[in-house]
Design a protein around this ligand. Structure first.
Ligand code: FES
Ligand SMILES: [Fe+2]
Length: 360
């Protein structure tokens, strides 16, 4: 790192961005893992996958692999998906089991995370199974959505979601009616923060999203951006409200739950997509988008909405990869934010800064 934290903070307070180096620096990535991802709530997947006792799925929170299970008592449980023997990832994918067995040396854990058996452990003096349970993580549900946080002492999910459930309900989204229609994995050669920051402003919409700005009023005076706690919310009205009369959704909603989960609601019939972005290296990220609709929504209408979102995502991918190209040159030490249109980026960067500076 070339800049001290004091200088970085001073820059942020003067409307500049985080340093360019923070978008490809290994030490910053480690501090983000420790200071952000290890203690953040993140969307993990759809609860339908965990309907039956014994069902599980594996996912990641940033660089932390986690596994979520529905135990025999139908309790939802989450664990850091790392074997207590020598760190192999225990569970992959999804399925239904009575136990979770590590593929490396077959240590086997119960669905409560306790180590049940380890081959040859009876020959091992002082082998305390009770001390070798999977490390627990916090889990919570919101309608069909499952969230996880590697910090079991984290504040409850409801506290960090703030008024998100109310905003969704008021905007025509009934969470209880949504079902997962499609899961789309993706990856990008860009630091995760550049991707989130792109999400947090619509200053680029008029320029870079012709399709979106044709139907949504993205003008400075009418497009709404609000930050509350860990939730950044954006909302836009249709240019032609009459075109959506009688539809469930009459204004768009785009929310970021800090650090990396987004919730997207497009104009038209009831819909929502949830997207996560995980850092895979300082210069790359990967994630997935889950598209939710009510079960009765015909496929062609769902396809239309997914194609619309896909078009905007493709446009954004090009933009953020262009940003990463510029960042990697390391010739422009920091950017300058437009504080009227990009205040959510300023708030995001301040949260990142505070966590990175505090991480040891
Ligand atoms: S690393 Fe899991 S059993 Fe050896
Ligand atoms: Fe965009």
């Amino acid at each position: 790192m070339t800049l001290t934290f004091d200088t970085v903070l001073e820059n942020l307070e003067q409307g500049r961005t985080l340093p360019a180096s923070w978008y490809h620096d290994r030490e910053i990535a480690v501090r983000e893992r420790d200071g952000i991802f290890r203690s953040s709530w993140q969307y993990a997947g759809c609860g339908e996958q965990l309907a039956e006792p014994g069902s599980f799925f594996a996912t990641r929170i940033g660089p932390v692999p986690v596994v979520i299970v529905r135990d025999k008592e139908r309790e939802l449980r989450g664990f850091v998906n790392v074997c207590r023997h020598r760190w192999h990832v225990v569970a992959r994918g999804s399925g239904r089991r009575n136990s979770l067995q590590c593929p490396y040396h077959a240590w086997t854990y119960g669905l409560d995370g306790r180590l049940r058996s380890a081959p040859r452990s009876e020959r091992e003096p002082g082998f305390e199974k009770d001390e070798l349970s999977l490390v627990p993580a916090a889990v919570a549900e919101l309608g069909p959505l499952i969230f996880v946080n590697p910090d079991p002492g984290a504040p409850p999910l409801a506290d960090v979601l703030g008024d998100l459930p109310l905003q969704l309900a008021a905007g025509g989204v009934e969470l209880a009616r949504l079902r997962l229609r499609r899961h789309v994995p993706w990856s990008a050669d860009v630091n995760w923060k550049a991707s989130m920051e792109n999400y947090l402003e619509c200053y680029h919409c008029q320029v870079a999203h012709p399709g979106l700005s044709q139907i949504v009023d993205v003008s400075a005076d009418n497009y709404r951006l609000r930050w509350n706690g860990l939730l950044a919310s954006q909302s836009g009205d249709p240019r032609d409200p009459a075109a959506y009369a009688g539809e469930a959704v009459q204004h768009t909603q785009y929310h970021l739950l800090f650090p990396n989960t987004t919730f997207n609601v497009e104009l038209g019939p009831m819909n929502m997509s949830v997207d996560i972005t995980n850092a895979t290296s300082p210069r790359s990220c990967a994630g997935f988008t889950d598209f939710y609709f009510p079960p009765e929504l015909p496929d062609d209408e769902a396809e239309q909405l997914m194609a619309f979102a896909g078009q905007v995502n493709d446009e954004d991918s090009g933009l953020v990869e262009g940003v990463q190209e510029g960042l990697s040159a390391d010739m422009v030490p920091h950017g300058r934010l437009m504080t009227n249109a990009e205040h959510q980026i300023a708030a995001f960067q301040r949260l990142v800064f505070d966590a990175v500076a505090a991480a040891v």
